[in-house]
Ligand binder design. Structure first.
Ligand code: ADP
Length: 694
């Protein structure tokens, strides 16, 4: 992908403002109680961790050297024993108890923090998946599946690591810094100045590190994108790679991308390896300075400007607490790493979320076929119509194209005005219920596009497509699509059993068939009936487990003809009023072809059918044919009428029948001219626009 050719995903990602703040508002708020419990437990555990060094220092002074009173911060002296043995026992109990409290609260904190992180991650993942399913075809035309996969997997995990580790580690660090500084200042503020002098230095050092590392993270992320693209290309195009002998080339591409990823990562790590030991060095210096100054103080009294007294016990407390600084400080670079990753992941999550969904139900959309809106699309899940019902759930199947024009939205997700060149212009026709309409024309004429508009995979740019008199934009997407059956050139089968694949769409979840008064057995019978109608029953029965045979990625592989018959069975079960057939171009043997043809004829018999005809022999059976050329209907009529007209159709027929070798130059020339005309038209239009603006 060229750097200047940014897809919708990237554009929306860059527009996301304060992503982590949004994460907490939109997802964190619902689980905030877990976060609060985790934070509180974390604070309690850390504060309890400060108890042993303090008690130890006090015990040394009061019990062993007898140089100080037995007092504890925040505890009234009246509660404390005065006899030395009792003081010693209490010290031991306190030290034990603090370890138990630390243990218990660390456990509570672990449970709560993980609950918070994983619950948020779960919602992020399922919401992102739902959003992905709602997105229009325009989004998928850009082939952004790799990026979506990465949002659903990596990004959700990055957020989890951040929400769990980074958040709690920074809380711990905060508690440690404040708690330790407080205790030190309480016991001897002068020595505390020596110990804590390193903190501002550490702060500046961290600031420098973050500034230096941030651009390196940005650079790393961009090469991750390149690496993923290289991997995805090579995987999805594996057949092309093999047949073109380009393995070496692909390896080189992946190697290049991987190497730059390695370089970028190393540049981050190099900084990390300056930062981490740097912090440890500063913490070590603080420790050494405390030890040196404190030791001198004990031996010779207050040094230099200092005047307070220092006891052995306080000195021990200082030394132990200063030690406790080191571990959490070493975590800072990890926290920063996790924070940077989470920020980027969060941008991607919300970038995906913010891509507008354009094809969705209007608020007052009606149910095609008359079902009350909002009753859950019973047809699609379970069907209120028994298979073979002549009125197909109340949809007659009258189709009307009224002066339809369409341009693929080039970057419409970003800017709806930004459309590509028109691929359909001024297409008008009607098909009565039960008609068979063949679409004919050279490749790229717009045949598939025409039918995608009927399915509302895209919305028309101009004009209207109507089914039973309703604009397809006024009916629910679900009721529209469930009344249109689609048999594609290549059949998609899911990993699952044959029966599941046939049921897919109509009785996807067999348990829900009950809603239609059908039990599992009845659904099974329907599946077999459909398979019989699709001429698939025979080959399915001969498979080792019949209808329960696993197919798809991890199961039995089926031939093209077999797959197609399963697709037909799927549509038989769906029982739609309208049928779209994309005639397969790949050859199957004559017998299979005959079987398929027979089942298709049966399927088409009482439905409005559109066939994208690759073999013109198909047209002879159609009620009418539309001949498309360069996005316009140039001829229409029955096979005989079209032949008599002696136009494009007659020429195409001639080419297929082998009477003439190729399309005459005049057609090619005409197509070219039309392109030029349109370009001129567009140019003048935009001139007029800018004039009116002025
Ligand atoms: P046909 O089915 O007659 O071969 P299509 O309807 O597939 O023709 O294509 C019509 C025109 O639309 C072609 O110029 C094709 O390049 C263009 N086109 C098809 N699909 C897309 C798409 N998803 N995005 C942009 N242009 C497309």
């Amino acid at each position: 992908m060229a750097a200047d050719e940014r897809n919708a995903f990237e554009v929306y990602r860059d527009r996301v403002d304060r992503p982590l703040g949004r994460l907490f508002r939109e997802y964190g708020a619902a689980e905030a109680h877990w976060l609060v419990i985790g934070m509180v437990a974390n604070v309690v555990a850390r504060v309890a961790g400060l108890v042993p060094p303090v008690v130890l220092g006090v015990a040394i002074d009061a019990v062993f050297t007898g140089t100080g009173p037995y007092t504890l911060p925040l505890v009234p002296d009246a509660w404390l024993p005065t006899a030395e043995p009792a003081q010693f026992r209490l010290s031991v109990i306190l030290i034990f108890a603090s370890f138990i409290v630390t243990g218990v609260f660390t456990y509570v904190y672990g449970i709560a923090a993980n609950n918070f992180a994983h619950r948020v991650m779960h919602s992020v993942r399922t919401d992102s998946f739902d959003q992905m399913q709602r997105l229009d075809m325009t989004f998928f035309d850009d082939k952004q599946t790799g990026e979506v996969m990465s949002v659903l997997n990596n990004d959700a995990s990055n957020l989890e690591v951040f929400l769990d580790n980074a958040l709690q580690n920074s809380a711990r660090l905060g508690v440690m810094l404040v708690g330790i500084a407080g205790v030190l200042a309480y016991y001897n503020y002068e020595l505390a100045i020596v110990t804590l002098a390193a903190i501002p230095l550490m702060f500046l050092f961290t600031l420098w590190f973050m500034r230096a590392v941030e651009p390196r993270y940005t650079a790393q992320r961009s090469v991750v994108g390149d690496l993923n693209t290289a991997l995805e290309n090579a995987l999805s195009g594996v057949e092309l790679v093999k047949t073109s002998n380009t393995e070496a080339h692909e390896s080189e591409r992946v190697e290049d991308a991987s190497y730059s990823y390695f370089r970028r990562t190393m540049s981050i790590l190099r900084l990390n390896y300056v930062y981490r030991p740097g912090m440890e060095l500063l913490a070590g210096l603080a420790f050494a300075a405390t030890f040196a100054v404190g030791g001198f103080w004990l031996a010779n009294g207050p040094p230099g400007p200092f005047s307070t007294e220092l006891t052995v016990g306080t000195f021990v407390t200082f030394v132990l607490l200063t030690q406790q600084f080191v571990a959490p400080l070493a975590e800072v670079s990890n926290i920063i790493d996790q924070y940077e990753n989470a920020k980027a992941s969060c941008e991607r999550v919300f970038g995906l979320r913010d891509i507008p969904v354009r094809i969705e139900d209007d608020d007052d959309a009606i149910e095609l076929g008359g079902g009350a809106q909002g009753d859950g699309g019973a047809r699609n899940d379970g069907g209120v119509t028994p298979a073979g019902d002549p009125d197909h759930g109340g949809v007659a199947g009258a189709v009307e194209y009224d002066d339809v024009s369409f341009a693929y939205p080039e970057n419409a997700l970003v800017d709806p005005e930004d459309a590509d060149e028109e691929v359909l212009s001024g297409v008008s026709f009607t098909a009565d219920p039960g008609d068979t309409v063949a679409l004919v024309g050279p490749t790229g004429a717009g045949k598939s596009t025409l039918l995608k508009l009927l399915l509302r995979l895209y919305d028309v740019t101009d004009g209207a497509v109507r089914v039973d008199g309703h604009d397809v934009r006024d009916v629910t997407v679900e009721s529209l699509r469930s009344s249109i059956g689609y048999v594609a050139q290549d059949t998609t089968l899911f990993d699952g059993t044959i029966a599941e694949n046939i049921r897919y769409g109509r009785f996807t979840r067999i348990e829900e068939a009950g809603a239609d008064g059908l039990d599992e057995e009845a659904v099974r019978e329907r599946v077999v009936e459909a398979a019989k109608a699709a001429e698939a029953h025979e080959f399915v029965s001969s498979l080792p487990n019949g209808y329960e045979t696993r197919i798809g990625e991890r199961g039995v592989k089926l031939s093209g003809g077999q797959r197609q018959r399963l697709a037909i069975a799927r549509v038989v079960l769906q029982d739609p009023a309208i049928l779209i057939l994309d005639e397969a171009t790949s050859a199957v043997d004559t017998e299979t072809e005959m079987l398929i043809q027979r089942s298709l004829d049966r399927l088409a018999a009482d439905r409005t059918t559109f066939v994208i005809a690759h073999r013109l022999s198909t047209v002879t059976d159609a009620d009418t044919a539309l001949v498309l050329e360069d996005g316009e209907v140039v001829e229409r009529g029955t096979h005989d009428e079209l032949l008599a007209a002696d136009g494009l159709y007659a020429k195409l027929w001639g080419v297929q029948a082998g009477e003439i070798d190729e399309l005459p130059e005049e057609f090619v020339e005409r197509a070219r001219e039309r392109h030029v005309d349109r370009a001129v038209e567009r140019a003048t239009e935009s001139e007029v626009d800018s004039e009116t603006l002025e």
